[in-house]
Design a protein around this ligand. Structure first.
Ligand code: ADP
Ligand code: ZN
Length: 732
């Protein structure tokens, strides 16, 4: 390992100077630790260094001045400095900012920025084979095939060569031993290309051109790019990326779900002639390492990724785009709890660079910031080309209910029939995986529940399993009721996509069907394949969850049926109506994207609700105004601030005692309300009992100091845990 370090590592015996420096370690510790700088070692802030911690060595980053809080004799010495570019100053400031805002350990945030476990290994090359001297041994048929395989290629990786020649690896090894093959170094292929900003983009419409011209100016600050689905937001922000590349800077595009980006990548490559760097959980270790290093060096010019890409060590970032900025997937819920959209705005502000938020249904928070004049606003009012927004109709399920034990109402059935008859595609949307959300005993009423969570078990009939969607618990469906023993009494209650598919199959047996959920679209490749099948009209009927809602272009899809529009509205979530609007609007946007007119039927038990009326009338702004007014009156975000404190443990009495203790010490001051502790809606999760506090703070009161004062000194005993969620999006 020593070879990658600078040679100025001092011998053990050399006396250290008294120079101290703070080193932040990628661990959830309170802050940077002081270390001694060896004589002659050239150290500056941002340098990656190896330091001793306990009995091991660990990589950290030189963070700044020492704290001088530890006696000289107890300090240890930096062992080595790595020969790679330092972590840029803005990255370091960003890490501190996020840690401070989210009340997490700076080292835990640094860990996200260093997340590549072997990022620091030297960039090696791979072993490949080239033709050596064939006369140096016998010539067999398989050896001949190997030489032929290398006839038109100078060198190949062993696995590729073996495959091409149809021989085993042993044949190659033997040939190399004899000298018939030579071992050569093949540099690693970069998992990204060099996008060319000078390639021509789309011919923009006047409205698109005007928006693009604004973005090309690259003013620091935030711009909301608001445009209906299909209005060309992507084409427009591609122009901003091109301008950023021409200035020689890096661009970052955050997408909510990386599994769904195949179409996006294709369009990017068409526009810029090369693949961008990608950053998400599906990368191999090697891809991560190469990409991370290239971002740090500034070689990777464009990165598209999930929220964690925000913490990459960009050498010279010039633009951040958050596409579908309203998506909840930007909120990270475990570990360091942060909202990537909001932190992208912070990152942009620190670097004084432009941030573009794009959406057809912006978050209320973002709209509020536009109204307050904090964000610029660009609008694309129309779909591109001849495509029109679909007509939206509400189906009142009280007046036109589906037959018993079925879920598709007469008007929806008729619309599907007409669509299929025209040889067009229909989508049935239900945001619920599996066959049925609940199984109960008709004899005694017993409901099948997860043993580890306060949640019902969901029946997945194709798998023949009952599943908990929170902890992954699985069981076969019981033959008799576990409570009363009645045989054959267990009944499925309510629909999931599988059950809707079953009904559709019975009604339209000729139509080919495809179910698209996270169960069937397992992984990016599978997802891409299913989406391709839909786009190329290989299926007539699609039944899907929210995974289908996002940004896809299906030219033959003309009918969208929303099976249960009321599903997301129950429960006490402050954003329930907003989210329902966003989701259903996005789903509706799948209909009629090309030259065929689209129709959307929304089944609801309460068509009078403002959110349903807004969907029908396409009147987003009026709905947002109503929502905003409700939030303002209630002092809820974006007009007030929230923080959640969640305590949990395996013993419910311990958790309650801990909760009561925290309640006694909770802050009482003007502008702050602490509600709770109350059992969380998921009062039991993965075997842990959970209680919640909700801290409601007036907008002008900074919540972090209050929480720090209240919880900073709290010690948790046993397996009790305390989590803080600033600006919570989940209330479960
Ligand atoms: P949005 O991001 O707003 O949903 P897109 O950028 O995905 O919209 O555009 C929707 C469709 O219209 C895409 O297939 C895109 O290629 C096409 N499109 C948009 N603007 C143009 C344009 N100016 N010229 C050609 N095609 C366009
Ligand atoms: Zn469970």
């Amino acid at each position: 390992m020593a070879s990658l370090f600078a040679s100025n590592t001092p011998p053990e015996t050399e006396a250290a100077t008294d120079r101290r420096i703070g080193v932040l370690l990628p661990l959830p510790l309170s802050g940077a630790y002081d270390y001694l700088v060896p004589d002659g070692m050239d150290i500056a802030a941002g340098d990656f260094v190896e330091v001793p911690l306990g009995s091991r060595s660990i990589l950290g980053v030189v963070w700044g001045e020492a704290k001088d809080d530890v006696p000289r004799a107890k300090l240890k010495q930096i062992e080595a400095r790595l020969e790679i570019a330092p972590l840029p100053e803005i990255s370091r400031r960003f890490i501190d900012w996020v840690a401070n805002y989210c009340l997490s350990a700076p080292g835990a945030v640094l860990k996200m920025a260093m997340s590549v476990s072997d990022a620091f290994k030297p960039e090696r090359s791979l072993k490949a084979y080239a033709v050596g001297d064939p006369s140096l041994g016998q010539m067999t048929a398989s050896r001949q095939r190997v030489l032929e395989a290398l006839a038109d290629i100078p060198s190949m990786l062993p696995s590729d060569l073996a495959k091409r020649a149809g021989v085993t690896a042993g044949v190659l090894t033997k040939m190399a031993e004899l000298g018939q093959l030579r071992v050569v170094a093949q540099p690693l292929a970069k998992p990204f290309g060099q996008p060319d900003p000078d390639l021509p983009g789309a011919q923009l419409s006047p409205a698109q051109r005007a928006a693009a011209d604004e973005l090309i100016q690259a003013h620091a600050g935030v711009t909301l790019l608001d445009g209906v689905t299909g209005s060309g937001k992507t084409e427009v922000y591609f122009e901003a990326i091109a301008a950023c590349l021409k200035r020689g800077k890096q661009a970052l595009i955050l997408l909510p779900e990386i599994a769904l980006t195949t179409q996006w990548l294709e369009r990017f490559m068409e526009r810029f002639g090369a693949a961008p760097g990608q950053w998400h959980s599906e990368l191999t270790g090697l891809e991560r390492r190469l990409t991370w290093r290239a971002v740090l060096r500034g070689d990777a010019k464009v990165i598209v990724g999930a929220r964690s890409a925000l913490f990459l060590p960009f050498r010279d970032l010039g633009l951040i785009i958050v596409d579908e900025e309203h998506e909840q997937a930007f909120k990270q819920e475990d570990g360091v709890v942060y909202q990537a959209r909001d932190m992208a705005v912070v990152r942009g502000h620190l670097a004084q660079i432009p941030v573009i938020l794009a959406s057809a249904t912006p978050s209320l928070e973002t709209m509020h910031n536009v109204e307050m004049g904090r964000y610029r606003f660009l609008h694309l009012p129309d779909r591109h080309g001849p495509a029109q927004l679909p007509e939206v109709r509400l189906v009142d399920l009280r007046r036109e209910p589906p037959p018993r034990q079925s879920w598709l109402s007469p008007p929806l059935r008729e619309a599907i029939r007409a669509t299929l008859e025209r040889k067009e595609q229909a989508l049935l949307f239900l945001n619920r995986r599996g066959y049925a959300p609940l199984t109960l005993c008709r004899a005694c009423g017993h409901r099948l529940q997860c043993p580890n969570c306060s949640a019902w078990l969901v029946e997945h009939r194709y798998l023949g399993r009952l599943q908990c969607h929170h902890c992954g618990f699985e069981a076969p469906p019981p033959a008799k009721c576990p409570a009363c023993g009645a045989e054959g009494s267990m009944a499925a209650c309510g629909p999931g996509v599988e059950r809707v598919a079953e009904e559709a199959a019975a009604l339209f047996p000729e139509a080919s069907r495809l179910i698209l959920t996270s169960d069937t679209a397992s992984g990016p490749a599978k997802t891409a394949e299913l989406l391709r099948m839909i786009a190329q009209r290989e299926v007539d009927l699609v039944i899907g969850t929210q995974i289908i809602a996002k940004g896809h272009h299906f030219p033959n899809l003309t009918l969208v049926g929303v099976v249960d529009a009321d599903l997301g509205l129950s429960g006490g979530d402050l954003r329930a109506a907003e989210r329902t609007f966003q989701l259903l609007h996005q789903v509706a946007g799948r209909a009629g994207r090309a030259d065929l007119a689209g129709l959307v039927l929304i089944q609801t038990y309460d068509p009078s609700r403002p959110v349903m009326q807004a969907l029908k009338a396409g009147d987003r702004d009026r709905f947002y105004a109503l929502e905003a007014e409700e939030r303002r009156v209630a002092g809820m975000p974006p007009f007030g601030r929230l923080a959640a404190v969640i305590i949990s443990g395996s013993d419910p009495d311990e958790v309650d005692r801990f909760g009561q203790h925290l309640a006694r010490t909770a802050p009482h001051q003007d502008g702050i309300h602490v509600l709770g502790p109350a059992p969380a809606p998921l009062a039991l999760l993965r075997g842990r009992h959970r209680r919640r506090f909700l801290v409601k703070v007036r907008r002008d009161v900074p919540v972090q100091p209050v929480l720090r004062h209240w919880l900073g000194g709290v010690k948790t005993r046993g397996d009790l845990a305390l989590e803080i969620d600033i600006d919570p999006y989940s209330f479960m």
